[in-house]
Design a protein. Structure first.
Lengths: 246, 149
């Protein structure tokens, strides 16, 4: 891994992993905060800490298995298709339905469990994308995750704000996923033999096609999905003050 | 629900984010009130939604709302303290949505005649990278917008 660190390709992959973690993981930190809200003050810190540790551990294990699976013929093609779908989904406006049923736990163990399970389910897209960007190198995955944790845990508000202010960031994320998917197709064990002696730009052609496909299909579907907008969602209101009240 | 409007008073929507800049907005409005202006103040804090479908799958909707409410009240606190201290009557709301968009829509829903807000929020870095909500609002709103520096 240390010699690899000198190669530009290493840093490209690291940057891709960080971008994926931020774009697809921005809300994980908020789930963590929410899961621990009802814990007594003293246990909250512990809950957040162990929840994060457990979630990261589980994620590394999941990515490890994903890396093994991706070596099997055709599975990279399946993975690439999944990535295209994840990219298109990223560009869609949020659904209003589908509300939660898991209560913020009042027990430490319960909160930690919620964090880990939520992270595992919420991160499946992330796992596939990171495994694809890492191209078989688990060291790269661990490095990428370590770099992105502080951003996701402490920067989640900023990430949300970034997406609120600059929707183009999300389009960029979709394009990135498409780009990685295009690269992944060519890396499949069943495709590779046919690529012997083919020019190197084929890789970029495939990646660009993937990125374009995601952006075009994603934007088109998002335009179609525009619904009449409900009134502003107000969660708290009040009237205050005035000398007549005092 | 809405109280009868005082004769000739203007309903003013005041988006607040808890920054020093929002405090200056309140100072400005207090100065206008002291000068005899008839203003009906409506404070609004907008929280960015936590609604990737995923987050909502694992956290009860009441918890998400409570979270937005707490954060919103925190952001409103300083402005409310100032108004309370001055004995001014006002209404306040915490809403959830895309910030600039929600401000503009809420102004329409409330029938506000004017929007008064700060030019920049809490962090300089965010401002530099993201541009200001204020410029978005002033461009798109259909009522006069006063920006306070």
């Amino acid at each position: 891994m240390f010699e690899a660190a000198l190669e530009p390709a290493f840093w490209v992959s690291v940057l891709q992993i960080i971008a994926i973690d931020i774009l697809l993981g921005g809300d994980n930190a908020i789930v963590i905060a929410l899961a621990c809200r009802r814990l007594p003050e003293a246990q909250r810190r512990q809950g957040i800490f162990w929840g994060v540790v457990g979630a990261i551990g589980l994620r590394v294990i999941l990515i490890f298995f994903a890396l093994q699976l991706l070596a099997i013929p055709f599975l990279k093609i399946v993975g690439g298709l999944l990535l295209l779908w994840i990219g298109v989904k990223l560009l869609q406006p949020e659904e209003e339905e589908g509300h939660g049923n898991v209560e913020g736990s009042t027990h430490l163990i319960g909160a930690i469990r919620t964090i880990i399970i939520a992270d595992a389910v919420m991160s499946l897209d992330n796992v596939i994308a990171v495994a694809a960007a890492a191209k078989g190198d688990l060291g790269l995955v661990v490095f990428g995750i370590l770099v992105s944790i502080p951003i996701v845990v402490w920067g989640s508000k900023f990430v949300l704000k970034l997406m609120d202010r600059l929707p183009i960031v999300i389009t960029f994320g979709g394009a990135l996923l498409g780009w990685i998917a295009g690269d992944m197709f060519l890396g499949d064990a069943s495709v590779k033999p046919y690529l012997e002696g083919q020019p190197g730009w084929l890789k970029y052609l495939s990646s660009s096609a993937g990125a374009l496909l995601v952006v075009i299909v994603g934007t088109w579907l998002a335009k179609r999905a525009v619904r009449p907008r409900p009134p502003v969602e107000v969660v708290a209101s009040g009237a205050e003050g005035g000398k007549d009240h005092e | 629900m809405n109280e009868p409007r005082r004769e000739g008073s203007v309903k003013v929507l005041v988006p607040v984010d808890g920054s020093a800049n929002s405090d200056r907005v309140i100072d400005q409005l207090l100065a206008e009130l002291a000068g005899g202006a008839a203003l009906e103040l409506v404070l609004l804090n907008v929280q960015i939604p936590v609604d990737s479908g995923h987050a909502r799958m694992f956290v009860a909707v009441e918890d998400v709302e409570a979270y937005h409410r707490e954060e919103g009240l925190q952001a409103l606190k300083s402005a409310r303290n100032k108004l309370d201290a001055a004995g001014v009557k006002y209404r306040w709301h915490v809403a959830v949505g895309h910030i600039a968009d929600t401000i503009i829509r809420f102004a329409q829903e409330q029938g506000a005649g004017r929007i008064v807000m700060g030019t920049h929020g809490r962090t300089a870095l965010a401002h530099l990278l993201l541009g200001s909500v204020a410029s978005d609002v002033s461009r798109k709103a259909d009522v006069p917008v006063t920006l306070i520096k």
